[in-house]
Design a protein around this ligand. Structure first.
Ligand SMILES: C[S@@+](CC[C@H](N)C(=O)[O-])C[C@H]1O[C@@H](n2cnc3c(N)ncnc32)[C@H](O)[C@@H]1O
Length: 400
């Protein structure tokens, strides 16, 4: 299973390796400057600005500061993942990423930016510019909606935190605040199964660092995507991810669906009103939410509009439905079915977590009431028949 986790983590964990690599780069850069080297060792390396020309139609060039977390690895990933088809078509030496220091990176980018500018002009002159942005991306960059949303989110995460493992250490295991991230591959699979539409408003309740929100905003064409997260640390990282994601969307020349990451408790009056009023799809990775939290959450979900679909990883109501409790039971107001999960769908575990979807259907209570009424009537009829049979038997005995 190790490969599986490695696959999910591949790009994120480049960040961990990159910390070391970045250090190496800035050290080499220091050396090359060779000014009062002994004193310089203690000083911070000078901040460089890396510029990457956007090859996307309508794209804006990306400017990264060398002191942003994983800046150099983000650039490396852009070239390896997005520009790999175009690079061999440009008149320049292919970069040797393993032996590239910050000075080398700056001069490579200089050469690349000039060549890329010329490439775009030539393509435009050959009238290939008539391609739509989506077609341009397919033809020149072998890119699609999933790849862009996934990588924009991964790169935004790399630029926003030096090491995300801090989240794991910060919060208690097995509590409402236990952090665990769902992969973008699983989110894509869920969105595809749900068949989201332009007027859908999607909420991630307990959105952590907000990676599902940014991914969804990029991948799906919907009215709005919200994430609500109560814990300070993931919410602070989410705010940075949101900014960096926007920079990357500009680089891709892409407009995402509107999204908002809210720092706060989804149980507050303001947030719960927003959920009840606007949600058409609710996602919650609630595996570690305790019974008290689920009871409070149920009160909100119960008042969501009929037709609202709620995706979850732990049953919303885990009590058994009976004639006595069916009026309060959540399943009397909603229909639940399985969703298909992909293997290793969480970033922090090798286990595959199942997902379900329940669709709110308030009128179902009428059917449930009729079902239990019919059941009661059947039981009473049976009882009456038994009583009559007993009375008849008693009459027969008496008369004989
Ligand atoms: C398992 S993480 C899920 C993160 C993200 N939704 C995903 O699947 O990748 C659950 C998150 O819910 C948050 N949470 C728990 N109770 C909450 C509440 N009342 N309001 C907002 N967030 C809450 C936790 O802090 C945690 O970050």
């Amino acid at each position: 299973m190790e490969w599986c986790r490695a696959k999910n983590y591949k790009l994120i964990m480049q960040g961990v390796r990159s910390a070391r690599k970045s250090q190496k780069r800035s050290q080499t850069s220091d050396k090359s400057q060779n000014v009062a080297s002994k004193k310089m060792k203690k000083a911070d390396p000078p901040v460089q600005i890396y510029k990457v020309q956007s090859l996307y139609r309508n794209g804006v060039d990306l400017l990264l500061r060398s002191d942003e977390p994983h800046a150099e690895e983000v650039i490396e990933t852009i070239f390896k993942e997005y520009y790999k088809n175009v690079l061999p078509r440009l008149p320049l030496q292919q970069p040797d990423w393993n032996n590239m220091d910050s000075v080398g990176l700056l001069s490579f980018l200089d050469i690349f930016n000039t060549a890329a500018e010329k490439f775009k002009e030539e393509v435009v002159q050959r009238r290939r510019a008539l391609l739509t942005p989506a077609r341009w991306q397919k033809v020149h960059l072998d890119s699609d909606s999933f790849k862009e949303g996934h990588l924009a989110t991964v790169l935004a995460r790399m630029l926003s935190a030096e090491d995300e493992r801090v989240l794991k250490k910060h919060y208690k295991s097995f509590s409402n605040e236990t952090y665990g991230a769902t992969t973008t591959q699983q989110m894509k699979h869920l969105l595809d199964q749900l068949g989201v539409k332009e007027d859908d408003v999607i909420f991630d309740l307990g959105s952590g660092i907000g990676q599902l929100v940014t991914f969804t905003a990029s991948y799906a064409n919907v009215a709005k995507v919200y994430g609500i997260e109560t814990c300070a640390l993931p919410a602070a990282i989410a705010a940075k991810i949101s900014e960096n994601f926007q920079r990357l969307m500009n680089f891709f020349g892409k407009v995402s669906s509107p999204f908002k990451l809210i720092k706060g408790d989804f149980l507050t009056a303001e947030n719960s009103e927003l959920i009840k009023k606007e949600a058409t799809i609710i996602f919650m990775n609630n595996l570690r939410f305790d019974n008290d939290l689920m009871d409070d959450l149920k009160e909100i979900l119960h008042f969501c509009k009929s037709g609202t679909r709620i995706v979850f990883t732990k049953p919303i109501d885990n009590t058994r439905m009976t004639e006595k409790n069916y009026v309060e039971h959540f399943d009397s107001y909603s229909d639940t079915s399985d969703l298909d999960s992909i293997e290793c769908n969480m970033e922090w575990t090798d286990k595959t977590i199942p997902f379900w979807v329940t669709t709110m259907r308030h009128e179902k209570i009428v059917e449930k009431a009729a079902e239990y009424e019919a059941e009661k009537a059947r039981r009473e009829a049976k009882e009456e028949a038994r009583r009559l049979a007993k009375a008849e038997k008693a009459t027969l005995i008496t008369s004989s």
